[in-house]
Ligand binder design. Structure first.
Ligand code: SF4
Length: 461
């Protein structure tokens, strides 16, 4: 079983995943996310603390914030206290004191289940995990078979916590056909007879042609257009024609400031992430004229104003210089066949995982879902391909003689893998709970790039 989605299904990486605890490069408990504790576990913990020695009882009783209900009929809410710099107050040298003191059963659902997501899709359960966990990302992108489908190994799921899934009562076409459509797109993305870019073009084409039907606004039950598009797209001659049409479009340089302004920059407000700020700070510093494109504040209105101004102006020299330099670095990396193959593989697995983990019906329509996914990956490409230390590995590979080349290639691929894991999980963590991808989408919209042509630029980037 590796193509079709069957009952109670997951991807291979999920049956291999386990938290690596104190070996983790950026522990989730320290990220500063709000930790909502479910009522049952709050009460259980209070009862256990009551019967413990005084220091333990005091520690656990003082670790919760109780929020009064907003409205009369709402329940109370229980939050775990955070440390000043962000991070759970029960975290202790790589491990959890609550787990250590009272055992796994005492962990609130959110702590016991992260990074996993278990949801009903129609009649079946599907298990996946968020790429904001570095170990999950490693398992997804570094193994060719990581996103093959297989039955859930429930012996590894110690607690079944169900999250929002698909409401089977919703009969709008987008909801009714979502599983069939998702499986179809995943089939295209798995088609090894096509180059990776070509598979993405076909996904974009399909989204564009069907988005009026596959939209939350549409209540017309007729889905024949979707079935027709699937049948047409299955014809090799049609596929070849579409791919040829898209291959000719060249990405405009103005995409760079959009990505940088929207996402790829250090964070100045709210939870601080030193790793993210170092990653983006180093990339920005590596381009001579990139800093001048950064926004001066995190205010969404300022982004809108800047996007308006940018849309009306010709491309400035600095933008062009940065874009050409980005292309130079990217093309040097991609010129090493083993590296191109590897990077395409990362994005293949990441895309397939996205379609499985994040339901398209979370967006307004299928085109918005597709473009947002491509916009996120475009930011990842910029962060990965820009890294200067990878250029040094390419230089070493170019200079190596026949005897030294295999070792130089292995070192280069290893460096690319490490950099990709870091970029992929950090970007997922950075955008997961915020509006950043939406900002980027809004800016692209203002530049007339949130469209099929814009999607092509994102693929080519
Ligand atoms: S981010 Fe993942 S590997 Fe790291 S501590 Fe959390 S669950 Fe474990």
């Amino acid at each position: 079983m590796s193509g079709e989605v069957e009952p109670n299904v997951t991807m291979k990486y999920m049956n291999r995943f386990g938290c690596i605890g104190d070996a983790c490069e950026e522990n989730c408990c320290l990220d500063g996310w709000r930790i909502d504790v479910d009522k049952a576990h709050y009460e259980k913990l209070m009862a256990m603390a009551q019967f413990s020695g005084k220091p333990i009882a005091r520690r656990f009783k003082s670790t919760f914030i109780i929020l009064p209900p907003k409205k009369k009929k709402d329940p109370e809410r229980y939050l775990l206290k955070q440390l000043d710099g962000g991070g759970c107050s029960l975290f202790n040298e790589g491990w959890c004191d609550l787990h250590g003191t009272f055992g796994y059963e005492a962990l609130p659902h959110v702590c016991a289940f992260y990074p996993r997501k278990l949801k009903y899709v129609g009649e079946q359960m599907e298990l996946s995990a968020t790429g904001s966990c570095p170990e999950v990302t490693r398992q997804i992108i570094l193994h060719d078979d990581g996103v093959d489908l297989e039955p859930i190994d429930f012996s590894r799921v110690y607690r079944k916590v169900l999250q929002d899934g698909m409401d089977p009562r919703d009969t709008r076409p987008f909801f009714r056909t979502f599983v069939q459509v998702r499986d179809y797109v995943m089939k295209i993305l798995r088609d090894e007879s096509l180059a990776w870019d070509e598979r993405q073009f076909l996904m974009l084409w399909f989204a564009k042609r069907t988005t009026e039907v596959l939209s939350k606004k549409n209540v017309d039950p007729d889905t024949s257009l979707v079935e027709r598009e699937m049948a047409i797209l299955d014809k090799p001659a049609v596929r070849a024609e579409i791919v040829k049409r898209y291959a000719a479009l060249e990405t405009p340089a103005a995409l760079v400031p959009m990505i940088v302004r929207g996402i790829v920059r250090p964070k100045t407000k709210g939870i601080q992430r030193p790793n993210w700020n170092k990653l983006t700070g180093d990339v920005i510093a590596s381009y001579e004229r990139l800093r001048e494109m950064l926004p001066t504040s995190d205010d969404p209105d300022e982004h809108d104003r800047a996007a308006d101004v940018a849309a009306r102006q010709p491309v400035p020299v600095s933008t062009l210089e940065v874009y050409l330099e980005y292309k130079r670095r990217r093309d040097r990396l991609y010129a090493v066949p083993a590296v191109k193959r590897r990077i395409d593989g990362f994005f293949r697995n990441y895309s397939l995982h996205t379609w499985f983990h994040r339901m398209p019906i979370e967006e307004q329509d299928i085109m918005t879902y597709t473009l947002r996914t491509l916009a996120q990956q475009c930011s990842m490409k910029f962060l990965l391909n820009s890294q200067l230390h990878l250029q040094d590995f390419v230089t070493a590979w170019e200079k190596a003689d026949d005897e030294a080349r295999p070792a130089a290639e292995a070192a280069l691929v290893d460096a690319v893998e490490k950099a990709a894991v870091s970029v992929f999980y950090q970007l997922a963590r950075h955008v997961e709970h915020g509006m950043l991808i939406k900002w980027l989408a809004d800016m692209l919209r203002k530049m007339d790039m949130f469209s099929a042509a814009g999607g092509v630029y994102l693929i080519h980037f």
